[in-house]
Design a protein around this ligand. Structure first.
Ligand code: SF4
Length: 417
C-alpha cells in the first residue's frame, strides 16, 4: 500500500480573542484574508504534489476560526488540494467551526466541497461562563449550529468542551455534559482549562474563581463516567466518541505518522524531520510569496527521541504501547519500562491487555506525572549504557507520584456522601 499523509491547514483569524487562548490567531484582521488565501494556495500548490507517492487520507482545517474565514475560502483551498490528484475519496476532512459563524449556508458550502466532519467549539452550556471567558456565542447558537450541520448532511459532528472554567461548579459541568449529549454528537473533546502566560485570563491563576485541582479531577472523572454510560468510548486522555468515529487526523499525531502543516505556527512531521513555520502572519505570507525565511523550528529526530515520543503520545491513547512497537522506534530494552508499568498497575493506574499497556481513567488523570516517570525510566536505561551522561541524569529532579490512588468509585461515594 502507498504511504498515507495528513494535511493540516492553519487559519490564523478569529472574530475576537477568547480570554484563555494562546493559539496563534489574529482578531479583526479580515482585510488580510485575501492575501493569506493567496499565500496558502500558492504554498499548497508548491508542496502537496511533491508528497507523491503518498496519498492524503486526512485534511484538517484548524485555527483560529476556519468558519470565520469563510466556507468559500475553505472550499477553494480544498479544491487546490484535490487538484493534486492525491486526496483519497474516503479521506476524513474536518473543519473547526464556532457556533456564531456556522450558518446553514456556510454548512452547505462546506458539505458540498467534501468536508465530512465538523468540530464545533461549544465549551460550556452556561451563557454567563461563556461570556466571562470571551466566547462570542451562547448555548442557543451551539444548538443552532449543530442543527444546521445536521440539515446539511453532516453525520460526524464533534463538540469541544472545557472544564475547570472560572466559577464553574461540578453541577455546571454536569449540566454542560448533559446539554452536549442532548445534541447527539458523534465525538466529544473535554479539555481542562489551562491558564497560559500572556493570555488575559492568566491573571486569574491564583483566583478562587478557578476550580481547584481536586474539583478539576472530579470533573474529569465525572466526564469519563458519564460519557461511558452513554456509550462513548474514551480513546485518548481528552477524546471520546461513538465507536468508529475516532478522529483519524489526530491519530496521526499520536502514532507518529506523517503530516504536512500549512500556515503560520503550523507543524509538520515527515519521517524523522519535524519543522514549524513562524507564528507571524506577515512573515508567513512574505515567506511564501517572496521566498523569505519562514521556518521557525527544525529538528531531526534520533532513536532516543523517537522512543520518547512513542511513549508520550502512545500513552495518551487507550491503545497505549507495546514492547514490540517501542523496540521498533527505539532499538533498546523494554525491561525498565515494563517494571515501571507493573508498579503503576499495582496502584491501579495501568492495565495490560494482550501485550498492550495503557492507562486506566485514574491513570489518565495523572498522565503527566506517570509519563514523566516512564521517561525517567527510559533515560536511566540510557545512562546505564552511556556512563558519561550519568552524572547529568542523576542531577535531574525526580518526578514524584501521589501515594494513594483515587478511583471513580471513591469519587462517586464522595459525591453521594
Ligand atoms: S475562537 Fe478559538 S482560536 Fe479563536 S481566540 Fe477563541 S479559542 Fe482561540
Amino acid at each position: 500500500m502507498e504511504p498515507r499523509m495528513g494535511i493540516y491547514v492553519h487559519i490564523p483569524f478569529c472574530a475576537s480573542k477568547c480570554g484563555y487562548c494562546d493559539f496563534y490567531s489574529r482578531a479583526g484582521c479580515e482585510s488580510d484574508m485575501p492575501r493569506y488565501q493567496q499565500a496558502l494556495i500558492a504554498h499548497i500548490r508548491e508542496c502537496v504534489p511533491r508528497i507523491e507517492p503518498a496519498y492524503i487520507d486526512t485534511v484538517y482545517f484548524g485555527g483560529g476560526t476556519p468558519s470565520y474565514y469563510g466556507a468559500r475560502r475553505i472550499a477553494q483551498v480544498l479544491d487546490e488540494i484535490k487538484s493534486s490528484g492525491l486526496l483519497l475519496r474516503n479521506a476524513e476532512i474536518t473543519v473547526e467551526a464556532n457556533p456564531d459563524s456556522l450558518t446553514r449556508g456556510e454548512a452547505r458550502i462546506l458539505r458540498r466541497a467534501g468536508v465530512n466532519r465538523l468540530s464545533i467549539g461549544m465549551q460550556s452550556a452556561n451563557n454567563d461562563i461563556l461570556k466571562m471567558i470571551g466566547r462570542r456565542h451562547n448555548f442557543k447558537q451551539v444548538e443552532m449550529a449543530v442543527r444546521h450541520a445536521r440539515m446539511e448532511g453532516f453525520d460526524n459532528v464533534s463538540l469541544d468542551l472545557i472544564y475547570g472554567l472560572p466559577s464553574q461548579s461540578a453541577g455546571d459541568w454536569a449540566e454542560s455534559l448533559a446539554r452536549a449529549l442532548e445534541l447527539h454528537p458523534e465525538h466529544l473533546s473535554c479539555y481542562g482549562l489551562k491558564l497560559e502566560p500572556g493570555t488575559p485570563m492568566y491573571e486569574l491563576k491564583d483566583s478562587p474563581l478557578i476550580p481547584d485541582d481536586d474539583l478539576q479531577a472530579d470533573m474529569y472523572l465525572a466526564a469519563v463516567e458519564t460519557l461511558a454510560r452513554y456509550n462513548y468510548h474514551q480513546y485518548e486522555i481528552s477524546n471520546f466518541c461513538i465507536p468508529g468515529y475516532e478522529s483519524r487526523h489526530n491519530f496521526k499525531y499520536w502514532r507518529l505518522d506523517d503530516y504536512l502543516g500549512f500556515g503560520p505556527g503550523a507543524h509538520s512531521c515527515v519521517g524523522r524531520v519535524r519543522y514549524s513555520y513562524v507564528r507571524d502572519l506577515d512573515a508567513y505570507i512574505q515567506g511564501v510569496l517572496q521566498s523569505g525565511d519562514m521556518i521557525d523550528e527544525y529538528e531531526q529526530i534520533g532513536d532516543f527521541e523517537r522512543g520518547s515520543e512513542y511513549l508520550m503520545l502512545g500513552m495518551r491513547t487507550v491503545w497505549g504501547i507495546t514492547k514490540e512497537e517501542y523496540q521498533h522506534f527505539y532499538h533498546n530494552s523494554f525491561d525498565e519500562l515494563q517494571r515501571t508499568l507493573e508498579e503503576f498497575r499495582d496502584s491501579g493506574w495501568t492495565v495490560e491487555e494482550n501485550g498492550r499497556w495503557h492507562f486506566t481513567p485514574e491513570g489518565f488523570l495523572l498522565s503527566n506525572q506517570l509519563i514523566g516517570k516512564l521517561l525517567e525510566a527510559q533515560t536511566a536505561r540510557r545512562a546505564e549504557q552511556t556512563p558519561w551522561i550519568k552524572p547529568e541524569v542523576e542531577r535531574q529532579p525526580r518526578q514524584t507520584l501521589p501515594e494513594k490512588r483515587k478511583t471513580i468509585e471513591e469519587l462517586m461515594l464522595k459525591e453521594q456522601g
